[in-house]
Design a binder for this molecule. Structure first.
Ligand code: FE2
Length: 344
């Protein structure tokens, strides 16, 4: 097996390859370095079989879609990942084949709901869940400190002590650590209880990363061009969130809302289906097509997508365009389907 970190910077991108079958995957590629990744693949003589993002990144733009466009390799992310064009959704315990090499997926939520760690051959790629002598922040993008503590202490720390740890970031020049070392010395988790960890993480007082919205929303929506003027964080926070059950009750009431689905057409007709009577306008077309729903300017609209993230963006955009009663389906069609509510 061939294993390299390719960026030599604070953001880490890994190539894992089966040298026998000449197949490779890239994990967490960043937008600035696409040429380097393609050159590395050519240098090692490997065909790219998939591109994995360990989670929806908030601090840099992913290169997944661009590399997919060039190579055709499918993008792999956790089931909870909000973006369209993720061709393969994985869950805890699943494995990903790279030639003869097997990558085992651990769902390790906390930094984000869609965080995964990847184990192969005595090493684990921990994304932003477990860092070297640190942990990823969990104060934005659906983060949850308690879940993060469980992911680290119950899943990652159950790996053998000698397992090498390769995180998605390091700001202090480290390249790797081990599970045993992190268990013993990680200042955030070693000897700390779950409630103490939750309290610690709630009081870090970190500033938001620079340009978070410029990275996060394109990564969540796979919209790379200037077709969308993304809403601000406070506009997003003001969107009214309705649970799947609340939307269902609303929908069968005497005055049902317009259900506006902002996914891509292939998602609308895909495995999660869509809500009966919903109207499809993909997010990137919404600014130019909002006139189609002008009749609903003062009526109720519920916006829907896969995970409830792109639709929150869409709801904030519509509110900005003067639509007065726009709500969002929290958790999107994933929650709708988990609650076994009717779909078409
Ligand atoms: Fe991250």
């Amino acid at each position: 097996m061939l294993f390299r970190e390719l960026n030599r910077g604070k953001c880490k991108t890994y190539i894992i390859a089966c040298e026998k079958k000449r197949k490779a995957v890239l994990v967490d590629p960043i937008k600035e370095k696409v040429d380097r990744y393609l050159a590395s693949l050519a240098y090692f003589g490997c065909e790219l079989t998939s591109i994995i993002d360990t989670h929806t990144h908030a601090d840099h733009r992913t290169a997944s879609w661009e590399i997919h466009d060039i190579t055709g390799a499918p993008v792999v992310m956790h089931r909870q990942a909000p973006a369209p064009h993720v061709a393969i959704h994985v869950e805890d315990g699943q494995s990903i084949a790279v030639g003869d090499v097997r990558l085992r997926v651990f769902h390790t939520p906390g930094h984000t709901p869609d965080s995964i760690s990847i184990y192969t051959a005595g090493r684990v790629l921990t994304g932003d869940t477990l860092l070297i002598h640190g942990t990823g922040r969990c104060d934005f993008a659906g983060g949850n400190a308690g879940e993060q503590y469980d992911s680290i202490t119950q899943k990652l720390f159950s790996l053998p002590n000698e397992t090498l740890v390769f995180p998605a970031h390091d700001y202090r020049g480290h390249t790797h650590s081990t599970i045993g070392e992190e268990k013993q010395t990680n200042p955030r988790v070693a000897g700390r209880t779950r409630p103490a960890y939750v309290e610690l993480m709630a009081n870090l007082g970190l500033p938001l990363p620079q340009g978070i919205q410029e990275s996060l929303q394109p990564n969540q929506s796979a919209i790379e061009d200037e077709s969308i003027h993304f809403p601000t964080l406070s506009e997003l926070n003001q969107v009214r969130q309705l649970t799947a059950q609340e939307v269902h009750t609303f929908q069968i009431s005497a005055h049902p809302p317009l259900v506006l689905d902002v996914r891509e057409p292939e998602e609308f007709t895909g495995e999660l289906g869509h809500i009966s009577g919903s109207l499809l306008i993909p997010l990137k077309e919404l600014p130019s097509r909002s006139h189609e729903i002008d009749a609903y300017k003062t009526r109720d609209i519920v916006v829907v997508c896969r995970a409830g993230v792109r639709s929150t963006t869409a709801a904030a955009i519509l509110t900005g365009l003067g639509f007065e009663h726009v709500s969002n389906l929290k958790g999107g069609m994933l929650d709708w389907s988990d609650q076994r509510l009717p779909v078409e």
